[in-house]
Design a protein around this ligand. Structure first.
Ligand code: KG4
Ligand code: ZN
Length: 325
């Protein structure tokens, strides 16, 4: 079964064709990073306009690379939220028009669900029950899955998401946008020698990164940052420490079979390494290109929704604040 996936929730215009929710036939991404980097962050109206420009060429590219025509497809999956309303509208409108014109089922997919389902695209098939740590620009969520599409939210961020914290820290240290890859790169040259706070929020599974960000800002303002590389390494270490410790603890508590990592921050190599080293429970992480926003993960999530009979009507609307559970 072949599903076309469409992703336009933030600043990547992406289209992909995936077979049986697991095999990538194509995965095309038009990134807007260079454009938004000029402003130091995402400008929503600019993002929507870029999606309008890129969506048809990227769709044609995805279909051509997969060597499929419309009658080879079994459904069209599209991110319906959470994300920027104007950006989501472009993908959803195009998906609806295609579903109507080609008489194909339409499947609205939650962007966070799509991030989780990126883990079905790397060869190994995840085993339930599992804990997934979703760390993206907008979320730091700990999710228990006992079965497909069954999500129990066990913990979340109380303020900044992990990716947001990386982006803000990079801005403080003058490392540019997007912050995650910039911090990771700078940290390679540094030592995590600066003591920075960790918010453990004992007794809960929640996260908080705003205190860490403020501590870094105070250091930078007080000119106490020995080197940018050391500051980046210390910041990254503090984030990883909390993410890994809390994820491993909750995975043990729930006696899960596997731990999954998902979302843009999951591309961070030290985080991937530390989670693997710290856990007796097997850890699955998508390839870095499948961690950041892409449409293959949307097609994968869409496939499992389709299998469960959860298709959408042509009155599908975008839900910018859509929750996973
Ligand atoms: O999942 P994603 O591509 O988009 C959202 O759904 O938000 O995540 C984007 C976030 C950004 O905050 C970016 O700085 C972060 O993921 N990120 C990283 C890395 N690559 C992307 N954070 C840490 N290390 C990375 N290598
Ligand atoms: Zn994302």
């Amino acid at each position: 079964m072949k599903i076309l996936g469409i992703e336009t929730s933030c600043d990547e215009t992406a289209a992909a064709v995936v077979e049986d929710g697991t095999k990538i036939l194509s995965n095309e991404i038009a990134s807007q990073i260079e454009i938004h980097a000029r402003y130091g962050g995402i400008v929503p109206e600019v993002a929507s306009r870029q999606h309008i420009l890129a969506i048809i060429p990227i769709l044609e590219q995805a279909m051509a690379k997969a060597k499929v025509s419309w009658h080879d497809l079994d459904g069209i999956a599209v991110t319906m939220g959470p994300g920027l309303a104007g950006s989501l509208l472009v993908g959803v409108s195009v998906a609806k028009a295609l579903a109507l014109a080609q008489q194909l089922p339409l499947i609205g997919v939650n962007h966070l669900e799509a991030h989780i389902y990126a883990n079905w695209l790397s060869g190994d098939q995840p085993l339930f029950p599992l804990i997934c740590l979703i760390v993206s620009g907008g979320h730091s969520d700990l999710v228990l899955m006992r079965n497909h599409l069954d999500y129990v939210l066990l913990g979340r961020t109380r303020d900044d998401a992990a990716g947001e914290a990386f982006d803000k820290a990079a801005r403080i240290l003058g490392l540019g946008y997007p912050g995650g890859p910039a911090i990771e790169k700078a940290a390679r040259e540094g030592i995590a020698s600066i003591k920075l706070p960790r918010a453990w929020l004992k007794g809960t599974n929640d996260f908080s990164f705003s205190g860490l960000k403020t501590a870094l800002l105070r250091l930078a303002e007080g000119d106490k940052v020995s080197t940018v590389a050391d500051a980046a390494a210390s910041f990254q270490e503090a984030v990883i420490d909390v993410l890994v410790t809390k994820t491993v603890a909750i995975a043990k508590e729930h006696r899960v079979k596997q731990i999954l990592l998902a979302g843009g921050v999951a591309a961070n190599k030290p985080l991937r390494r530390r989670l693997r080293e710290s856990s007796d429970i097997p850890v699955l992480v998508p390839e870095p290109i499948l961690c950041t926003d892409n449409a293959a993960m949307v097609a994968a999530g869409g496939y499992f929704r389709f299998q469960a009979g959860k298709t959408s009507g042509l009155d599908l609307d975008v839900v910018p604040g859509l929750k996973l559970a």
